[in-house]
Design a protein around this ligand. Structure first.
Ligand SMILES: C[S@@+](CC[C@H](N)C(=O)[O-])C[C@H]1O[C@@H](n2cnc3c(N)ncnc32)[C@H](O)[C@@H]1O
Length: 263
């Protein structure tokens, strides 16, 4: 699509899984995004915040390699995972099979979801999987989420907590490293005019280096609350990774919202 700010296919592929999806991998992604929860912990939090129950239809939007989607399916939800990375979806399907759970994995683009109007009880969007585009397009993604939720359905988004994130800003950082010397080295730039965090990443693997860039938008809660409200949501709230009301000390900002019931 024409609104790409970076090449997502170059970012979300095998090297990413090498650093972030293996048992001994470092779980950090940015300056300091923290990793207060992963897999089952994230599922516990979502379960509580979204009042999930077995049988509910859940869309994991930008599901990546399916850690949360597979876990929610294991707990009895009817889960659909959508992502643009076929490499990640292959891994998600393989892990689902190994776990003995069923998840509908769909290759797609969050900017234009399939004809799923009103289909889901819940949507989850996890680990900063929002804010990759210009603002008009980011807002269009929220409208797409509102469209695929049933009226009264609920959304949870897990994003960087901008306050904490910027307090921990460093111009460069080794974001991940492995015992054999492989590493990810990031040069970071924050543009306060666009509120975009821009990263030039060098991937060093097996002695070879590769460059890529990625961009993500940072949000103060009131801005995202207003965007969600304009997109058709009510009851927009923010908590940290422990599920308590958001503070500047939390690593993560978990935003929950309810699709407006009209008429
Ligand atoms: C930071 S990862 C998070 C993945 C997953 N939610 C998790 O918690 O591990 C962001 C994900 O967004 C996906 N993505 C990027 N652009 C996308 C797009 N336009 N449509 C759908 N997915 C996209 C990437 O492939 C990647 O899996």
């Amino acid at each position: 699509m024409g609104t790409d700010l970076f090449d997502a296919a170059a970012m979300y592929e095998d090297d990413y899984l090498h650093f972030f999806a293996t048992p001994d991998a470092s779980p950090t992604h940015g300056p300091v995004v923290g990793s207060a929860y992963r897999g089952g912990d994230a599922a516990d939090l979502v379960w509580r915040l979204l009042a999930l129950s077995p049988g509910m239809t859940v869309l994991d939007l930008a599901c990546g390699h399916g850690v949360l989607a597979n876990e929610l399916a294991a707990r009895g939800c009817r889960v659909t995972g959508l992502d643009s990375s076929t490499v990640f979806l292959d891994r998600a399907r393989a892990d689902a099979a190994a776990m003995g759970v069923e998840v509908e994995y769909v290759a797609g683009d969050m900017r234009a979801l399939p004809s799923w109007t009103g289909r889901f009880d819940r949507v989850v969007n996890w680990t900063t999987a929002f804010g990759y585009f210009d603002d008009a397009t980011n807002r269009a993604v929220l409208s797409e989420i509102a469209r695929v939720l049933r009226p009264g359905g609920r959304l949870a988004m897990d994003l960087d907590n901008a306050a904490k994130f910027l307090m921990s800003f460093t111009p460069s950082r080794i974001t991940a490293s492995r015992a054999n010397g492989d590493m990810l080295v990031d040069r970071n730039h924050f543009d306060p005019v666009t509120a975009r965090f821009e990263v030039e990443r060098t991937v060093v693997r097996d002695g070879r280096a590769r460059r890529l860039t990625f961009v993500k938008r940072l949000f103060a809660f009131p801005e995202l609350r207003d965007w969600l409200t304009a997109a058709g949501f009510t009851d927009v709230a923010a908590s940290g990774e422990d599920g308590h009301p958001l503070t500047a000390g939390h690593h993560r900002m978990i935003v929950t919202a309810t699709a407006r019931v009209t008429g």
